[in-house]
Design a protein around this ligand. Sequence first.
Ligand code: AMP
Length: 618
Amino acid sequence: MAKISINLATGSFQKEEIIVGIDLGTTNSLVAFINPDKNPQVINDSGKGVLVPSVVYFNNQNEAVVGNEAKEFLTTDPSNTIFSVKRLLGRSYKDVADHAATFSYKIIDDDTDALVKIQAGNRFYTPIELSAEILKELKARAEHALKTPVNRAVITVPAYFNDSQRQATRDAGKLAGLDVMRIVNEPTAASLAYGIGLDPSQQKTIAVYDLGGGTFDVSILQIQNGIFEVLATNGNTYLGGDDFDRAILEYWIAQNKLEVTALAQNNVLMQTLRLQAEAAKKALSSQNLYNEKVGEIWCTLDRQTFEQLIAAKVEETITACKNALKDADLSANDIDEVILVGGSTRTPYVKQAVEHFFGKKPQDNINPDEVVALGAAIQADVLAGNRSDILLLDVTPLSLGIETMGGLMDVIIARNSKVPTKAGRQYTTSVDGQVNMKISVYQGERDLVKENRKLAEFDLKGIPAMPAGLPKVDINFLLNADGILTVQAIELRSGVKQEIEITPSYGLSDDTVEKMLLDSIEHAQSDVQQRMLIEARSEGEQLQYTAERFIEKHAEHLTEAEIAETKTHIEALKTALGSQDKDTILKKADELNEFTRPFAERVMDAAISTAMKGKKIE
Ligand code: AMP
């Protein structure tokens, strides 16, 4: 299947279009491309710098400001300045509740499994929209620097990202006006940047050690026949260079005998010392002593003391490496190459610890902040078919998925996935006592199934009657090398199972694929917006249903005024549900939720005390 490239500006097909590689990071993001000398190169647009801080600020007019400019608002307007959005991508409030306090902005707690939303000003944003703002900025910088439209990209994600986080990343790309050619694992991109895995005859086992500002992960990859398989990942999403800075800060506070409570109230001094700590840490990567003064405070640190301060944290990363090896059933000797990624691997003590553990010198020639984006650019170049030396494995030309609520397409195997491949996802019922589930299989890139190509439909029958949400239905797609798709549905609690075989390419000409791709790109942004509206609506409807049932069932625990006000909130939500405005729906849902939250707690307490009273002590 030929690669098709479309110029969004003209709507025409293009042969030689640049596909960029994007590292969408927790702290910083960057974009790279293959330069005319055929080397990967990071983009530095008009000297603005290579790294774009992954920070989005919303001003009074709800306009987004991204990058360094946004970073300045972290201290002056923290509730409208969104950082670390990658931690929220593809996650529900339940997933992030433990860390909710670390965010200075408002994350909507709707106590459901729905994906989180963030409030800034009077608007509600999904992490997908926020990530799209960062991607738009990267796209604009690339277009400005390269003086050509940039419509296609490869975007990297951590190896441990699940399906929903990957889908969210894809959607963010779409919303930013990018055709996301492939989502690539960060450690895979790092390997490609070092040229590892480009030769299909090469077989290697590698470890990628990635220590950034706020996160740490290690991945063990096996490369065979040009395919990168993630054998194991481990790490800590709250461990990184920021912890080193904090350790230095605490040391200086102790050394200078500073009054902690007074210091905590002096935000400006605290920030100054924190920046000074980071500067000390960076300096100690190439010198032995750091000596500065902030007012009357001595900021002195030697390398040996610094190493003692961070030893326990570094040891934690080594323990994670041990665990990853154990999970992969390997020992350090089995690792052929070790690659360093992330700014914090510049610390010599970290390098030594990694070298000591794996028993070999890690690869560190490429800038550790840039290595992932550079690798993504190489992957993009391979996909563009520009590298005749590299075998391009067979890929699926169009995405395959099933229909979910509201007629949405839920992609299970994404376009451009290498075949053979398999993927699956878990679903549940939406109605109490539902015993059948209709599974409709579609092909295409549009967000609404009605715009895609229907391949098959079957019923999973005989699900035991259970309350909505309890059955667990695994749907697995297996696409073999001959292009035959097997779809299997199995209800895990009862074991009922159904399977069909389809040939997705049957009756599909190259022209049809081209047309489907062109349509999807043309409608990408409106499709994602429509998807978000449908999702907001179904969340709102669910909440309305729950709230109505709640006041019916638990009227005795509520006052008349409370019931009346709940009804007013429900009415407001119902009106919003009839609108086309997702922000209004989410706002009204949030208000209803906030208002009724104490009632749920009250009913729970009452239920517990009744249960206790009922218990007899013999
Ligand atoms: P990243 O998240 O990969 O951009 O990594 C950022 C982290 O790398 C921050 O904690 C930086 O302070 C740290 N960093 C950057 N340069 C150096 C350096 N020369 N030595 C030690 N740490 C550094």
